[in-house]
Design a protein around this ligand. Structure first.
Ligand code: FPP
Length: 238
């Protein structure tokens, strides 16, 4: 009998290749990002229909500030539009939004729309959608260490009681299970400072498709590949 297909509970995606996709078509890079943003929304729906419980996407890294000002602005405007216009759709599809990353460096209006969307979707019970903005794994760990150190200093915790779980609980992804599967598009095979603590035991899947060309069939392929991996978490081959 054919074995039932396992659906990863949490899929994380490094959406690479927007710029190359646009260049190939003689378009400005920002058009690649705009198309990429449409694809994110479609993939969120597809992931939900497939039974994926959490989807986390890398929208803007702590390193992306070094891109030309016009490109940073275009990316921020796409995120701004998403935060302002998604509430009805999230309500309809029961989506819960969480932005991970250091939000304090974002424009105040964007911080306010993020807070609003997070607050208004927090009781939704469907797919959890995490958007990484001004996110870097090292920065996330640095902030977690700061929070833990403050709690130790205030006498709320003894340093000897710090466990791996304590660290997980102080990351931006607290309460969300670690990703089972990481997908990176457009031929690059690096983690690029994304979820480095959380991806310790995740399966990694790389595809040559540029993010704006990614679709449900590609997501299915990644899930199929995941099904052919044997996850051992450091144990023995069964
Ligand atoms: C990488 O492609 C992509 C990004 C740095 C930005 C990804 C952001 C989006 C798709 C928009 C997110 C929107 C929502 C709604 C969450 P690249 O520019 O590095 O491409 P290249 O390597 O081909 O130059």
């Amino acid at each position: 009998m054919e074995q039932e297909r396992k659906i990863p509970a949490h899929v994380a995606i490094i959406m690479d290749g927007n710029g190359r996709w646009a260049k190939k078509r003689g378009l400005p890079r920002t058009m690649g990002h705009a198309q990429g943003a449409k694809v994110v929304e479609q993939i969120l729906e597809d992931a939900d229909h497939m039974g994926i419980k959490y989807l986390t996407v890398y929208a803007f890294s702590t390193e992306n500030w070094s891109r030309p000002g016009s490109e940073v602005k275009a990316l921020m405007n796409l995120l701004r539009t998403y935060m302002k216009t998604s509430l009805a759709k999230c309500a309809k599809n029961n989506v819960r939004i969480r932005v991970i990353g250091d939000k304090t460096r974002l424009d105040e209006d964007l911080q306010a729309s993020i807070a609003n969307l997070e607050e208004n979707t927090k009781n939704n019970t469907g797919i959890g959608f995490q958007i990484a903005i001004n996110y870097g794994a090292r920065d996330e760990m640095r902030r977690a260490v700061q929070k833990i150190a403050a709690e130790v200093k205030e006498g709320k915790m003894d340093a000897r009681d710090i466990t791996e779980q304590t660290i997980s609980d102080h990351l931006d992804t607290a309460g969300i299970p670690d990703p089972d599967l990481l997908i990176r598009t457009c031929g690059e095979e690096r983690l690029s400072n994304f979820l480095m603590w959380q991806l310790s035991y995740s399966e990694l899947y790389f595809t040559d498709k540029a993010w704006p060309d990614f679709d449900k069939a590609e997501l299915e392929k990644a899930v199929d590949a995941y099904n052919h991996r044997e996850r051992r978490f450091g144990g023995l081959v069964s």
